[in-house]
Design a protein around this ligand. Structure first.
Ligand code: IPM
Ligand code: MN
Length: 363
C-alpha cells in the first residue's frame, strides 16, 4: 500500500525519537512492501522560532492531506515565559481541535520484564492491562471564556471554563463502551460529580448510554479516588474514560505502572477519515519534550515506536505490521536491553538509536 504520513518532530527530544520511528517504518515498508511517503513539518516551539506561529498553515495543510500524523513532543523552557503571547502547546492543542481528534487512546500494559522498573510492587502490577480513554478536544482545555483580567480590587485574576455538552460526553463514552465490548467488558468513568456541574452532566450522560450496553459493567469513580485506586488495584481496570484534564493527569500517573513515561504510546482519533476510509489519527508518545535530556541521544524511543505501531493499526489497517513492531519491542526488552530511564543500577543503558537498531534487528 501507499500511505502519506506527516511527521512532526517538534521540540526537545521530539526530533531524536521521530528519527527512530522513521527508521522502524522504513524497515516495515521494506519487509512488507509498502510505500510510506513522509512529509516533515514544524510544530510547537521550533515553529514559533521559524514562523512565529506554533501551528503554521503549511503544517496543518500537510496533516489534513495525510493519512496519519506522527508527533514527537512540543514545548521547552525557551518558550515558557508566562507573558509570551504564543506558546508551543497551542500548536498541539490547535492541531487536535482542527483535526477533530476527540478521543485519545492511552493503553497501559506494564511489560512483564519491566515490572521491577515501576515504583509499585510487582504483586500489584501483575495482570494490569488497561486502556485510558481521554476526551481530547473539550473541557477546560478549550472552554470559553478564558482570560486574564484586572478585578474590582485592582488585582490580576485569570479564569478558565470547564464545559462539556451532552454530545461531547456521549461520543467519547460510546467509544469507551464499544471498545470495552471487545475487551473485558468493564468501563470505569472518572469525574468529580460531587463538586462540578460539568461532571454531573458527564455522569448522567454516561449512565444513560450504559442502558444500551447491558453486557458492560459500569463503575463510576471520583477523580481523587481514581488516582488512588490506580495505584492500589490497577489490574481491576479495563477501559477508563475521563475528561481532558483528568485524563492528562491520570495518564502521567499510569505511565509509572509501566516503569517510565518513555514507554507509553498514544493515539488521537476522531471523525475525520483518511484515503483508506480509516480515522486520520495523530500518534504521539505521552511523554513531553524532556528538555533535561534533549540532544543527548539517550531518550527512550519505545513510546514513539509503539505509537507508530498504533498508527499502522488504526489509521492504515496494517495489524500484522503493527504486531510485528510490538513483538520486536517485546523481544528486545526480553533480551534485557534498556534505555537509561528503565535500566537498573549497574546495567549499561542503550542510547536512543542503539535501542531503535535493536528493535529493527528484531524485526
Ligand atoms: C499530553 C501533553 C499535552 C496535554 C501538553 C503538551 C499540551 O501533556 O499530551 O498529555 O496537556 O495534552
Ligand atoms: Mn500530559
Amino acid at each position: 500500500m501507499k500511505a502519506k504520513i506527516t511527521l512532526l518532530p517538534g521540540d526537545g527530544i521530539g526530533p531524536e525519537i521521530i528519527v527512530a520511528s522513521e527508521k522502524i517504518l522504513k524497515r516495515i515498508s521494506e519487509k512488507f512492501g509498502h510505500e510510506f511517503e513522509m512529509d516533515s513539518q514544524h510544530i510547537g516551539g521550533i515553529a514559533i522560532d521559524e514562523t512565529g506561529n506554533p501551528l503554521p498553515d503549511e503544517t496543518l495543510d500537510s496533516c489534513k492531506k495525510s493519512d496519519a500524523v506522527l508527533l514527537g513532543a512540543v514545548g521547552g523552557p525557551k518558550w515558557d515565559d508566562p507573558n509570551a503571547s504564543v506558546r508551543p502547546e497551542q500548536g498541539l492543542l490547535g492541531l487536535r481541535k482542527e483535526l477533530g481528534l476527540f478521543a485519545n487512546l492511552r493503553p497501559v500494559q506494564p511489560h512483564p520484564q519491566l515490572l521491577g522498573a515501576s515504583p509499585l510492587k510487582e504483586s500489584y502490577l501483575e495482570g494490569t492491562d488497561m486502556l485510558i480513554l481521554r476526551e481530547l478536544t473539550g473541557g477546560v482545555y478549550f472552554g470559553q471564556p478564558r482570560e486574564k483580567r484586572i478585578n474590582a480590587n485592582g488585582e490580576e485574576e485569570a479564569l478558565d471554563t470547564m464545559i462539556y455538552s451532552e454530545s461531547e460526553v456521549f461520543r467519547i463514552a460510546k467509544l469507551a463502551f464499544d471498545i470495552a465490548g471487545t475487551r473485558r467488558k468493564k468501563v470505569t468513568s472518572v469525574d468529580k460529580a460531587n463538586v462540578l456541574e460539568s461532571s454531573r452532566l458527564w455522569r448522567k450522560t454516561v449512565a444513560k448510554l450504559a442502558e444500551d450496553y447491558p453486557e458492560i459493567e459500569l463503575e463510576n469513580l471520583l477523580v481523587d479516588a481514581a488516582t488512588m485506586h490506580l495505584l492500589s488495584r490497577p489490574r481491576d481496570f479495563d477501559v477508563m474514560v475521563t475528561m481532558n484534564l483528568f485524563g492528562d493527569i491520570i495518564t502521567d500517573e499510569a505511565s509509572m505502572l509501566t516503569g517510565s513515561m518513555g514507554n507509553m504510546p498514544s493515539a488521537a482519533l476522531g471523525e475525520g477519515l483518511n484515503s483508506f476510509g480509516k480515522p486520520r489519527g495523530m500518534y504521539e508518545p505521552i511523554h513531553g519534550s524532556a528538555p533535561d535530556i534533549a540532544g543527548q541521544g539517550i531518550a527512550n524511543p519505545i513510546g514513539m515506536i509503539l505509537s507508530a505501531a498504533m498508527m499502522l493499526r488504526h489509521s492504515l489497517g496494517l495489524s500484522s505490521e503493527a504486531e510485528a513492531i510490538e513483538k520486536a519491542v517485546d523481544a528486545v526488552l526480553n533480551a534485557g536491553h534498556r534505555t537509561s530511564d528503565i535500566a537498573k543500577e549497574g546495567e549499561s543503558p542503550l542510547g536512543t538509536m542503539e535501542m531503535a537498531e535493536k528493535i529493527i534487528s528484531a524485526l
